[in-house]
Design a binder for this molecule. Structure first.
Ligand code: GDP
Length: 296
């Protein structure tokens, strides 16, 4: 995901470190190059602008220019500013609430929502030793409920039995009741997606939210869609309210812009990364590690 950006930045920094002493105009020239690399990586313009301003402000201080290794100092400043842009500290999904803790999964169709629901349920089961119930509220896509059931069987996680003809609100109520009666720690609600953000999708998500009162609402977004992923996250947050973001397909050939813009544009943390189709393809998002990956 970050290979191209990493190549571009390492080229820029190599030139910079080779120069030895740096003038303000050297730093400015390097920043122009970094700016171009970020724009090519599909990072939102407002994020690029504020990133470059911060780095420049920190780097043109006399300390850097007079230092013995000014290039290294600029790289350190870029690294620290990247970490800050990505969100500083990891923010894991929070399960600290009275059980059954409801987790609502939202996002567009094809973003990886159902797969992520099962991946996360598996993680809660194995690592947090929680008893998890999953329910699919997707009554529109014919095979969606069946898909979650199959994933549940693979993951060894219970799914709410399917009742044909039920609407999402009824399924939500039944899932909450089943979770309570069955002594589950976590109940995961996999809501329906659409190909685009539309009014009906939002209304349905709000309705489910009001009934389930989720402790976390996770927006699943496809990293390969770049700035569209960021716009989708913003729309969901405005209408439904989002507590965190899962960025999927970071194993794919994207340009990295979604990861870099998400936090700054939406103000919401990326909590997890989807790194493959299999159920173990889920990682906690560490801003520091991602910054290291970007800088090579
Ligand atoms: P939904 O419509 O949002 O529920 O999407 P699905 O969960 O059905 O996922 C759509 C496709 O994307 C499936 O083929 C998944 O296996 C695949 N997928 C989901 N997450 C990832 C990921 O992180 N990486 C890759 N490479 N594929 C993924």
């Amino acid at each position: 995901m970050f290979e191209t950006l990493q190549d571009r930045l390492s080229g820029i920094f190599e030139t910079l470190t080779k120069r030895g002493a740096l003038s303000e105009s050297d730093v400015n020239a390097a920043m122009r190059e970094v700016r171009r690399a970020l724009i090519e990586a599909d990072v939102a313009l407002e994020v690029v602008r504020s990133f470059i301003d911060k780095v420049r402000e920190r780097a043109v201080g006399k300390e850097v220019i007079r230092s013995v290794t000014p290039g290294q100092m600029v790289i350190k400043i870029v690294h620290d500013t990247l970490v800050e842009t990505l969100g500083a500290e990891p923010e894991p999904v929070d399960l600290q609430a009275v059980p059954p803790v409801a987790i609502m999964m939202v996002g567009l169709q094809g973003s990886g929502k159902t797969t992520t629901t099962a991946k996360l349920a598996l993680r809660f089961t194995q690592e947090d030793k929680k008893k998890v119930l999953m329910a699919s509220l997707d009554t529109r896509r014919p095979a969606a409920q069946e898909q979650l059931k199959i994933l549940g069987e693979q993951a060894g996680v219970d799914t709410l039995p399917i009742v044909p003809g039920e609407d999402p609100v009824r399924i939500t109520r039944r899932a909450l009741d089943a979770a309570r009666l069955g002594g589950y720690d976590v109940v995961m609600l996999d809501t329906a997606g659409r190909l685009h953000v539309d009014e009906e999708l939002m209304r349905e998500s709000v309705e489910v939210r009001d009934i389930a009162k989720p402790h976390e609402t996770l927006l699943v977004a496809d990293a390969l869609t770049g700035q569209d992923a960021v716009n989708v996250a913003r729309s969901f947050d405005e209408r439904v309210g989002v507590s965190g973001i899962v960025l999927t397909r970071v194993d794919g050939d994207g340009r990295g812009g979604a990861a870099l813009s998400m936090r700054a544009v939406t103000g919401k943390p990326i909590k997890l990364l989807g790194t493959g189709e299999k159920l173990d393809g889920l990682e906690i998002f560490h801003p520091d590690r991602v910054a290291n990956r970007i800088l090579g």
